[in-house]
Design a protein around this ligand. Sequence first.
Ligand SMILES: [Zn+2]
Length: 505
Amino acid sequence: MKRYALSAAVWVALLAPAALADTLELKDGRIIEDRKMTVKDDGILVHYVNGDLFIPKNLVGEHFAISESGEFTPRTDEEKEKFEKGFVPWKGKWIRKSKWERERKKRKEELAERAKKAKAGRKWINRLKEETANFTFEHTIPEETANEFIDLFEVYFKAFAKHWGVRRGKEPKLRVFFYHDRDYFMQRTNMPSGVLGYFKFFPLDEKELNVYNITNDREYTIDVIFHEVNHYLVNLIDPKFHYPPWVGEGLAEYYGCSKWDPKSKKLTTGHLQPGRLVIIKDEIERGERMSIADLIHMEQATGHHYTWGWALCHFLLETPKYAKKFKKFVLAMSKSRGFEKKDFHSGMLTVGPEETLKQLKKYLKVKSIDDLEKEWHAYVDKQLNVNTARGFENAARMAMRNGLLLRARRYYRKAVETGDASARAYYSYGQSLLYGKSDRKKAQEMFREAIKRAPLNAYAYMELGRLLRRDGKRKEGKRLMQLALEIEPDNESLWFRFEQDLDKS
Ligand SMILES: [Zn+2]
């Protein structure tokens, strides 16, 4: 009971009406409404009940400011001159004031409507449904954002289908479930934390794909979508055949980092997986260079298939003399009777390691697997090189998912040291510092850096607030936690963290 009474009290505080309300749309589509805001030279200060948020200029899309009297107030001489002639600024142009008032009212109503819809759409019962040529979607993401991704599913499907000559045939459209964030994905799918998405290929007539929109990281969200859709596409080659994981995960990673250029409308493949690469280079340094035979003999999917499996597929698809032959090999694996098959499970077939090695040698027309391996290792050493913040960050995430805490921290530290790390990297580094032998001071510092780069990351305020409370700064800590709830008042998982923490006091 106490818990709910407490929530109600906070609600009242949060809902206290602001005297003057502005509306701000950020470039990433997020909308802040009904807050007083102050325009600064380098951005906009948003005034919440529990503190101010600074939104730097590069994140600002549109801002509708209303002055004390509810009108536009010119700030420079140029603005003053135009304003006196009866003009006001609108989307980079100066237009008549009467028109401006109409437009502003209309736009404000549109934004309010969109914000309302986005909020409601986060409930499963209100999810949106969409159907395209090869997929059906059910999702809890704002329509505009979801559509960008949905288009990519089809683009990707068509490009891969053409590349490999696969067709959907009689297979039903794939059901895709797309959630607005990680917590909601975990809640609906019961997946353990660390899973970013999955393709369910069994039972054969109930295939489905589950992914979520990774907050503040469009690129990573697309990587995951492409990876998972690739499992489906490879499955279409023969739905009753299971590809060994070095091919399955290797190809999913190879195609997972495809890039879509909306201008040229082209999908390009063969890009580097910086995160995988960092891990590979690390293992080489430690003298753990993977052999082809060992990789192929691991019949259960392991982390090695995402790293070395990717590197092997990359080598074979990007080396002109092998590309065509390797594709033929992959297709023949499921389709050719020349391959000796064995049972996988539930009526599905696969090919075992010895047979794979024998056929690989034959199809690639190499003298021996040892020769191929030497070539591959040289390729990894010479052709695959990258040391970017993104690489370290992805490597850190993978290490974290595999429970390698110290390694994850080391990679996060390296990401941060490049000076080019994302807000998410700072936040996750901060989180990793809270486990095991924790470093709360450093974690605080990282959360603050995350907030600087992504001032609307409610989770960073919540975590920073919890840390401050634990360190005795109880009032300031609570303020930040309440600020997090003001930023995302409908986020159940934030409420849960908040109440859990206050219960302990
Ligand atoms: Zn996979």
